[in-house]
Design a protein around this ligand. Sequence first.
Ligand SMILES: [Zn+2]
Length: 137
Amino acid sequence: MPNRPQPMFPEHDTQAFWDAAKTSQLTYQVCKDCSTVVFSPRAHCTDCGSENLDRRVSKGAGTVYTYSVVRQNRVPAFAEMGAYAVAYVDLDEGFRMLTNIVGVGDPTKDVHIGQRVQVEFEAQDSGEYPIPVFRPV
Ligand SMILES: [Zn+2]
């Protein structure tokens, strides 16, 4: 299967996130000034604007907030997948991310709002960045 689309570097805000993904770590940020949990990766707190952000490693456990099933996608990296679930997952640390739910037989029946899921990293070709996806637990 072709690689998923990859991040384009240099990209100041997300480089650390993707470097951590290469070691199977899902990272997020917490503002040291107001304690807001920040995701997706960025240079400033989304609440107070502070640049004083702490990077933390998530345990990768979360809950499906909502999802949709894509039945056809002609982009090469997705065309061979058949139907697949695109979901927002709420991580236990308090951030929400857009991702895929994998490891289900039929995404139209086997994915549910409120379902508990765990991150895993979908390997790409050598040198490419792995993609964080979630599998039901
Ligand atoms: Zn803040």
